[in-house]
Design a protein. Structure first.
Lengths: 270, 546
């Protein structure tokens, strides 16, 4: 059973000059234990798509399902990690991590141990009473990650989570996200990552969905069969990166690639 | 001071009375502040979270705040008149209402702006976890307003003291006089009693200083935590919890500097804040593109409301004092001329303010010594209500300055700080790389001023000018006419003078009061709409560097 099914989703935004199509006919699935990445040029609606999946906004057409139930309103089985971290500066690290649990109505007695557990899983021990302002960017994103994991979501939605970090910090955090995903004892079951960094997507994901320029539609779904840990310097990695890069820059979809399944695997030469 | 009635050694003898009178004033301030706080949270929250409410509430507030605070006097006077002479509730209610009008708007806009500018991702994060209702308010929305509320409160208190003293001086000698530090000071001055006067000033200074140290500074440090603007990377280390005393002192100074500077820069300029919100990327453009018809109809509705309010006041008056007798036809005919004289006077005071504030601000901003030593002194002076010194200006300085000079001097005290602090924050906000680039190309001296500094501070200059003029209109009413005893009084032709005369005449002056007030309010609103708003719009579109 698919965790998430996106079926023929369109999104239009109203503007002064009428309706603008942001994305058209997006269809794909997130399966159990999937690590899926979505890449595309800026403005192609990647972040909007993530918000539609979580249920923060409604599609203009099509339907999104979570475990076969239509997503209607915010789906609490998913948790989002933000590019800008979106931490509350007036809450301590502990309080930020407890944020989602409070909203779920957990009792303080249950919240305490849960918060401690994820603070320690994410490596924030000793910073419980610190405020986000006092932390480095990498540490802030760890808090964002702990906050999302504390509610034990089935799917972790990540919106450019490493873009605001320096390269070294980002690399460390990427490794840890991979470990979390592979650890069966810990959430999440699946990860959906939005990125404009092609290498990052190929390094992490099982499959990479490539979106076109606005209005965004799926150009291709590229399976990544490279063994982990993936070596960015290997020829295979480089070739794959180059393929995705060409797809985005050359952009125009062929009639064949918008096939009946919406997301044909990319196994033909470009 | 004309004569030293009690001798300077006798200050101690007057302290108990001074403390008692100041505590009356303080209680008024406290009540007005509590009301303002509740009003700000309710009104600001509703306007920020309800589209329909926002569309009406914000323009209404915009007009309300640009009306000189003393424009609310007809209402207050009607209440004063209702109260039988010697009544406790009536005059106190009126003065609390006046102080409220000087405190509330700026706090409302603080709440509104905090909620409107709350970063989208913070709102979204709350949505992803399904926060709503009380929890959303407690965890997200209320904390988001705390920082601005605290800063704006500091300024509301500064403005409040100014108008409290002004209102108390204003009622001195009438049947509805208020016990308080303002009336205490004007009686002391009219008796020519230096010791009594100095005792009053001493107590007032002490109260303001204690409030600053014991309340606002700790609150300000606490409120730092609630800032949600993104911190530049370099600042993160600076904000680390410093347990050493020097760090604490530095943060305390930072708070005062930031508090007074940003606060003064923002006080009573909500429409400037609005323009800034609207200029922010991502803000819906709908607010910017309202039609002329919309503004005209809104204006018409407000004028109608205003007339209704005056009619109501007159009606209340009739019930208590009998119908209006012969009005002072002569004085009513003087209104246009008086308005013109007042405008000239405010413009003259503004020119002097600018001539002082601009070089001073440049000096303080660009020299670290002047900044470190001069700024704290200036901030202390600025937080003291200049109105408390008005009796001295009249008794001591009129012989030297002529009545006209004294009036302009008083106006100046009500205007200069807005200009100074806005210019200062404007100059300090000029990106250092623009300054460095100019120096790299050898652009210095007057050319630097003309090419770099003045254009870069233009928006701040406009903001400062708008607020300074606002301060000027509010000071007119005591600057043009002040009568403290049989002999000593100041009276120069102006709209403030006519308003005073109208008020003092009681029932027979009511028509004069109404015409004079309407003229003043109409003029101020017209100047704001026709001169300042277009200038400001130009300033933010043309001279922004972000």
């Amino acid at each position: 059973m698919a965790l998430i099914r996106v079926e023929h989703v369109d999104k239009n935004f109203a503007s002064r000059h009428g309706s603008i199509a942001i994305m058209q006919d997006i269809s794909f699935e997130v399966k159990d234990a999937d690590f899926l990445a979505i890449v595309g040029p800026s403005g192609c609606g990647k972040s909007t798509l993530l918000r539609l999946i979580q249920g923060l906004d409604r599609p203009s057409g099509g339907q999104i399902y979570f475990r076969d139930a239509p997503v209607d309103g915010v789906c609490r089985q998913m948790a989002m990690v933000f590019q800008s971290f979106a931490l509350y500066p007036w809450l301590t690290v502990s309080e930020n991590v407890a944020f989602g649990l409070e909203a779920l109505g957990w009792s303080p007695g249950r919240i305490g141990p849960q918060v401690e557990r994820y603070i320690s899983v994410i490596g924030l021990d000793g910073f419980q009473e610190a405020y986000p302002r006092e932390l480095s960017g990498g540490m802030r994103q760890r808090v964002g990650l702990a906050r999302a994991l504390a509610v034990e979501p089935a799917v972790l939605l990540m919106d450019e989570p490493f873009s605001a970090l320096d390269p070294l910090t980002a690399a460390n955090l990427r490794d840890e996200v991979l470990q979390l995903w592979r650890d069966p004892a810990l959430p999440p079951e699946a990860v959906l990552l939005i990125s404009h960094n092609i290498e990052e997507a190929i390094e992490l994901a099982d499959r990479v969905i490539v979106l076109s320029r606005r209005p965004g539609h799926i150009l291709a779904e590229v399976p990544v069969d490279l063994p982990r840990p993936r070596d960015r310097k290997s020829t295979a990695f480089y070739d794959l990166t180059d393929r995705v890069f060409s797809l985005i820059t050359e952009g125009a979809p062929s009639a064949a690639s918008a096939g009946a399944n919406g997301a044909p695997a990319l196994d033909k030469p470009l | 001071m004309v004569s030293a009635g009690g001798g300077l050694g006798g200050i101690g003898a007057y302290l108990p009375t001074a403390v008692l009178d100041t505590s009356y004033s303080f209680v008024r301030m406290l009540i007005a502040y509590a009301l303002s706080l509740g009003f700000a949270l309710g009104y600001g929250y509703y306007a920020a979270t309800h589209r329909g409410g926002e569309r009406v509430m914000i323009p209404v507030l915009d007009i309300l705040q640009s009306v000189p605070i003393l424009g609310f006097f007809p209402f207050a006077i009607a209440v004063l008149a209702m109260a039988t002479p010697g009544s406790f509730v009536g005059p106190n209610f009126a003065s609390v209402f006046l102080i409220f009008t000087s405190m509330a708007w700026n706090m409302v806009f603080g709440v509104y702006e905090s909620l409107k500018t709350l970063p989208a991702d913070l709102k979204e994060a709350a949505d992803t976890f399904g926060l709503r209702g009380i929890l959303l308010f407690r965890r997200v929305l209320f904390p988001a307003t705390v920082n601005r509320l605290v800063y704006n409160s500091v300024l509301s208190w500064t403005a409040g003291w100014f108008f409290l003293v002004e209102a108390e001086i204003f009622t001195t000698g009438t049947s509805t006089s208020l016990s308080g530090i303002g009336s205490y000071l004007s009686y002391a001055a009219s008796d020519g009693n230096s010791a009594e006067f100095l005792a009053g000033i001493l107590v007032l200074v002490l109260v303001i200083a204690i409030l600053d140290f014991a309340v606002w500074r700790p609150l300000g440090r606490w409120a730092e935590r609630f800032r949600y603007d993104t911190t530049p990377a370099g600042e993160a280390s600076e904000a680390l919890p410093g347990r050493d005393a020097s760090g604490r002192i530095r943060r305390a100074t930072m708070f005062v500097t930031r508090g007074v500077r940003t606060g003064m820069a923002r006080l009573s300029t909500p429409f400037v804040q609005l323009a800034l919100i609207r200029a922010r990327p991502g803000h819906t453009a709908s607010a910017r593109t309202r039609s002329l018809v919309y503004y005209l109809s809104l204006g018409a509705i407000l004028v109608l409301l205003w007339l209704l309010l005056i009619a109501l006041g007159v009606a209340i008056f009739d019930v208590f004092r009998g119908p209006i007798a012969s009005t002072e036809q002569h004085d009513i005919a003087l209104v246009p001329l008086a308005m013109g004289a007042s405008i000239l006077r405010v413009v003259a005071a503004y020119a002097i303010c600018l001539a002082i504030a601009l070089p001073l601000a440049i000096q303080v901003a660009r020299s670290s010594l002047a900044g470190r030593v001069g700024l704290p002194v200036i901030e202390v002076v600025a937080s003291f209500p200049a109105t408390a010194l008005f009796p001295v200006i009249i008794f001591g300085l009129v012989p030297f300055l002529t009545p006209e000079g004294a009036a302009i001097l008083m106006l100046l005290t009500g205007m200069i700080w807005y200009l100074f602090f806005n210019l200062l924050s404007g100059i300090r906000a000029v990106p250092p790389d623009l300054v460095e680039a100019a120096h790299a190309y050898g652009v210095r001296g007057p050319r630097f001023l003309r090419r770099v500094l003045l254009p870069a501070t233009f928006p701040a200059l406009i903001t400062g000018s708008i607020t300074a003029f606002g301060g000027g209109w509010n000071t007119l009413i005591v600057a043009e006419y002040l009568s403290l005893g049989q002999h000593e009084q100041l009276s120069v032709l102006g709209i403030g003078q006519l308003i005073d005369i109208g008020t003092n005449l009681g029932a027979s002056g009511y028509a004069l009061l109404a015409v004079a007030l309407l003229t003043l309010v109409g003029t101020v609103v017209a100047i704001n709409e026709l001169i300042w708003k277009p200038l400001y719009r130009r300033a933010v579109t043309q001279y922004r560097y972000d």
